[in-house]
Design a protein around this ligand. Structure first.
Ligand code: CS2
Length: 446
């Protein structure tokens, strides 16, 4: 089968061809993995199609490897996207850079008006250096300031609350005073909430997309029909008309961020650490586990949300079990379990704090946290930037394990360690989980 490229596009059915063919690059994206290709790249393509403004092609950059470039460059950066039964080729990406390429020059180009980032939670840790995503962004801002190339908007699309403000703070820490002054005058960092489930592409996905498109496509991505992007409407200059592509531009993204991080990502992490399943769909197919997720959302997470007036929160919540159950997505729980130390705080610990402060006992959250503790204590291969500190004696008592892990302040802060109720809840859950297994623990808590 021939490989997808501009030259072979004519073999793809007309309705599955790109919606736009950008003539210039207006967006630089840091971290061009599957998520970007199924999310922001699609909004940008649709925005170009809606307006006819073809200046918003994307230059994607990979942080560490040449893998994505190796897949996309031979395809002229085209790739297929399957969402449910809909398969089509996305045409917004124009170029993919690898680590040695001159990213700073792209960030300093006057035509570049927007930078988007999907660099994962751990990239926002305070251990910056010039080779990290944020270090490279700062080098680009320095080049842009020197070139006097005009304002820039930097849009974080990672799953962190206040992601824009967090990024602005980390950037500021790496800037020398004159650069900081320039950034304050010229660069905006809106916060955003991004939502679309995008599992890592499998060889079976590639075969499936090839069969549907009629060309071989090594850059294909498979996702769900659902997609959402809520963006703080604070830009330094020009931008793609993302609102015409379905994005919501709002004054305050925070209520949306908390809703999504807690309900969707919090449930995801609970699935990853408790269910014992290989795939998310398998976990929620178990009625007892599905009932647990409902209690987690209804009792412990939803009461911590507010400010969503006019938004169909009930509808969003109702859609989640169906999204998780999607049999067309082979979403491995191991993918979600990775980097738990960077995910737990905003997904489960902040809502636990809110519930404790209001005088409640968040036992469903405590169970998920106990699941994570069991996971980090017993996993042979722990994929986490703090792995060295999290691994422990799998035979230790629940109390000792809870004690050891609550002391990791980067995750639990100083407060949760000292919180008697929280400690007791988690210890009780871990004891039960270890002694009796999940079904009995769920019955005992219900
Ligand atoms: C997942 C997210 O891997 C994970 O931690 O919870 O990637 C999740 O699939 C997306 O945020 C959905 O929008």
């Amino acid at each position: 089968m021939v490989r997808l490229s501009r030259a072979t596009l004519s073999r793809v059915a007309a309705e599955a061809r790109p919606l736009a063919e950008p003539r210039e690059t207006g967006v630089v994206h840091l971290g061009i993995g599957a998520f970007h290709r199924a999310h922001q790249a699609v909004y940008t393509e649709r925005a170009m199609a809606a307006t006819g403004d073809d200046r918003w092609g994307i230059c994607g950059a990979s942080q560490r490897s040449t893998a994505v470039a190796d897949l996309l460059r031979p395809q002229d950066c085209l790739y297929g996207l399957r969402a449910g039964d809909d398969v089509r080729v996305v045409g917004s990406v124009r170029e993919v850079l690898v680590p040695g390429d001159d990213l700073a020059a792209r960030l300093a180009a006057p035509r570049t008006a927007v930078v988007t980032l999907t660099v994962t939670e751990k990239a926002y840790r305070r251990e910056g250096g010039p080779s990290t995503a944020i270090g490279r962004l700062v080098a680009g801002l320095r080049a842009r300031a020197a070139a006097d190339a005009g304002p820039l908007t930097v849009v974080s699309c990672d799953n962190l609350p206040g992601n824009g403000a967090t990024l602005a703070r980390l950037v500021a820490e790496l800037c020398e005073p004159p650069l900081l002054a320039w950034v304050e005058q010229n660069v905006a960092f809106p916060s955003t909430m991004v939502d679309r489930i995008v599992p890592a592409t499998t060889p079976a996905d590639l075969d499936d997309v090839a069969a549907r498109l009629g060309v071989r496509d090594l850059g294909a991505v498979v996702t769900e029909p659902f997609t959402q992007w809520v963006i703080e409407d604070s830009f330094a200059g020009d931008r793609p008309a993302w609102e015409l592509a379905g994005a919501l531009l709002v004054d305050d993204v925070r209520p949306y961020e908390l809703m999504k991080l807690r309900l969707l990502n919090g449930s995801h992490s609970a699935i990853a650490y408790l269910s014992g399943a290989t795939y998310v769909s398998e976990a929620v197919g178990d009625p007892a586990f599905a009932a647990y997720l409902r209690r987690l959302m209804d009792d412990d997470l939803t009461p911590t949300l507010d400010g969503l007036d006019g938004f169909d929160l009930a509808g969003y919540k109702k859609s989640l079990p169906a999204r998780f159950a999607n049999p067309g997505l082979r979403h491995r729980v191991a993918q979600i379990a990775a980097d738990g130390s960077q995910k737990l705080p905003q997904r489960l610990l902040d809502p636990a704090r809110d519930r404790l402060a209001a005088g409640h006992e968040p036992r469903w959250i405590a169970l998920a946290v106990a699941g994570w503790m069991r996971h980090v204590s017993t996993s042979r291969e722990l994929d986490d930037p703090l792995a060295g500190r999290l691994r422990g004696d799998a035979t230790a008592s629940a109390a000792a394990t809870v004690d050891r892990l609550l002391a990791v302040e980067e995750i639990f802060g100083a407060d949760l360690r000292e919180h008697r109720v929280f400690r007791e809840l988690v210890t009780g859950c871990l004891e039960r989980l270890t002694a009796d297994g999940l079904p009995a623990t769920l019955r005992a808590l219900a």
